[in-house]
Ligand binder design. Structure first.
Ligand code: NAP
Length: 301
């Protein structure tokens, strides 16, 4: 099943393939492409652009390739250099979707978006997207990207982390900015199953003749404007994940999952750290918070 990317008129598969920490070689990706997941997500920081390039060889024109530029490369000169390097590693002459991996408050968004727009104008990028942007950061980015549009925001969304439902999801839906749900299996299916005390997922999976992973992914896809990019290094899982598309959970099943799965909305501190601080500072802050006494930790969080 396809969904429109932003307001572009271009339709992309609602299940794509993630490649963070991916070590499966080109075959699982190739298997996914053959199964309809003609949408791959990578990033300059993942070290997987070359394997994505190998996987799409010969069928590049049929595949939607999304990559990301790291937050430390958002100054125009660095951005241009990063895009050229990504093009080279991917072995393509155009990136379908270039996403800013994370905001960088130390660099003016106006400068970054200006350079991004120029890269669209010269044909190196087809569409501009962002990742881990808050509503305010999205608004700022949209305002300064004058001749083009921010078509997507890639953010964490899964059955047990529903933080984006506190406003970001609604904003993206209203603005028709596609939400690309990352970690739709919460980085490990076991984590989701641990938050299902009544066995709801297994019950619904049995009733629908689907797997637990397919239920978890389809739950994300049931939201308007949301596509998902599960990662797997196993051909079997890749095909299973592709088959999370083309059908829908019933309204009753969604209500049951919503009522019984324990989920979190991340607190303001966590969100602030993820959206506003450069990665090394984030790691440092997380380490400091871990050492605080439990009572104080609760107040900070
Ligand atoms: P994920 O897709 O939620 O989970 C991946 C884990 O689930 C892997 O351990 C995988 O193991 C397992 N898995 C996959 N399919 C399965 C299945 N059918 N049954 C059981 N287990 C299965 O986690 P993620 O990699 O964090 O997120 C997906 C993608 O989102 C990333 O690869 C990346 O492209 C993107 N992402 C973006 C950001 C960002 O800041 N923009 C952050 C995180 C992730 P196997 O390999 O053994 O199948």
């Amino acid at each position: 099943m396809l969904k429109e990317l932003g307001r572009t008129g271009v339709r992309i598969p609602e299940v794509g393939m993630g490649t963070h920490d991916y070590h499966g070689g080109s075959w699982p990706l190739r298997r996914g492409l053959e199964s309809g997941a003609l949408f791959i997500d990578t990033a300059e920081s993942y070290g997987t652009e070359a394997v994505v390039g190998q996987a799409v060889r010969g069928i590049r024109e049929r595949v939607f390739i999304a990559t990301k530029v790291s937050p430390e490369h958002l100054r125009p000169t660095d951005l241009r250099r990063s895009v050229d390097a990504s093009l080279l590693r991917l072995g393509v002459d155009r990136i379908d979707l270039l996403q800013l991996h994370q905001p960088n408050p130390a660099i003016s968004i106006e400068e970054t978006m200006g350079a991004l727009g120029e890269l669209v104008d010269v044909g190196k990028i087809r569409f501009c997207g962002v990742s881990n942007f808050s509503v305010d950061q999205l608004r700022d980015a949209q305002k300064v990207l004058r001749r083009h549009a921010v078509v997507s925001n890639q953010v964490r969304f899964n059955l047990i982390d529903r933080t984006i439902e506190t406003g970001l999801l609604q904003y993206c839906q209203a603005e028709r900015i596609t939400v690309i749900a990352y970690s739709p299996l919460a980085r490990s299916l076991g984590r989701i199953m641990d938050c299902d005390p009544y066995g709801t997922i297994r019950g619904i999976a049995r009733a629908n003749g689907k797997s637990a992973a397919q239920i978890a992914i389809n739950w994300c896809l049931c939201r308007d404007g949301v596509v998902a990019i599960p990662k797997s290094g196993s051909q079997e899982h890749v095909v299973e994940n592709c088959n999370a598309s083309d059908w829908r959970l019933s309204a009753e099943q969604i209500a049951l999952l919503d009522a019984t799965i324990q989920y979190r909305h991340r607190n303001w501190f966590d969100q602030f750290a993820r959206q506003s601080m450069p990665r090394p500072l984030q790691d440092m802050a997380a380490r400091v918070v871990r050492f605080l006494p439990r009572s104080l930790r609760r107040r900070v969080l």
